[in-house]
Design a binder for this molecule. Structure first.
Ligand code: SAH
Length: 247
């Protein structure tokens, strides 16, 4: 008998549904070891200092191998970035984990978060975010990647996630304000729309060029309760460029 659609079981936590789905969709070549390989990845990230249980649980649940080409699937749990087509890359797991940990840090466990992601790419990070939030909007400017992400994500049945094809530099006003905004591409500035669409108590995490550092750094920007912005620069990173418009 086929599985009932997740919508008929609203009481079921999304992460359980995703976990079960990932068990059912084992790729050729990884077989039944997929969970163990993923667990080893999580243990390595813990050893590097990743502590947030929410992020660890999401990393355990999402099958990263299902978001890359079959030929690369055997590298999908190594801590490396991988090509996803059109000159773009899926970030390495340690960077994805670090950014989501920073994004969630101001928010209590179980808080019903509204998140915005810029740069859907293959959809891997969007899937992680969808397990951690009440709603996620993820924007991609390259149509073939937007379509690819839709295909990659469909089997996971993540109802909290909405994919948008458009220029993420404009954010997504219809759902604003957001408790968290995370960008997977870096420019010379933080677009004004992102800051405008950040809720009080919300946090923005993005790579950005820093002239003093001579390259890209991770920038964290908090909107405080009084409406003011507080910005800090963190470690050096290397992301694909944030571009304008759509292709
Ligand atoms: N989070 C992604 C990472 C993809 S790489 C993943 O898990 O795979 C970054 C992506 O940002 C690329 O796909 C690139 O096309 C996209 N991008 C760059 N500038 C953008 C913009 N202005 N709006 C939306 N997406 C953008």
């Amino acid at each position: 008998m086929s599985q009932p659609p997740p919508l008929l079981r609203p009481q079921r936590p999304l992460h359980e549904a995703a976990l079960e789905q990932s068990r059912r969709s084992m790729p050729v070549g990884l077989g039944l070891d997929s969970h163990q390989v993923r667990e080893r990845m999580v243990v390595r990230l813990q050893a590097q200092g990743l502590r947030d249980e929410r992020v660890l649980a999401a990393l355990r649940a999402v099958p990263r191998h299902a978001f890359v080409d079959t030929a690369l699937a055997n590298q999908s749990y190594e801590d490396t970035s991988l090509p996803i087509g059109l000159g773009q890359t899926i970030s390495k797991p340690s960077v994805v984990a670090r950014m989501i940990e920073l994004l969630l840090a101001p928010h209590a466990l179980g808080a019903p978060l509204k998140l915005l992601e810029i740069g859907t790419g293959c959809g891997y990070q969007a899937a992680l975010l969808a397990l951690l939030a009440r709603s996620v909007v993820s924007i991609e400017r390259l149509k073939p990647l937007h379509d690819k992400a839709r295909d990659n994500l469909a089997p996971l049945g993540l109802h909290a996630l909405r994919l948008v094809y458009g220029d993420g530099r404009l954010g997504h006003a219809p759902n604003a304000p957001y408790d968290g905004i995370i960008a997977a591409a870096g420019g010379d500035d933080l677009p004004a729309a992102w800051l405008e669409q950040l809720a009080p108590g919300g946090r923005l995490v993005a790579p950005m060029h820093d002239a003093a550092a001579g390259g890209q750094v991770l920038v964290v920007c908090d909107r405080l309760a009084d409406g003011s912005l507080q910005r800090r620069s963190h470690e050096a990173v290397r992301f694909v460029p944030l571009k304008s418009g759509t292709d």
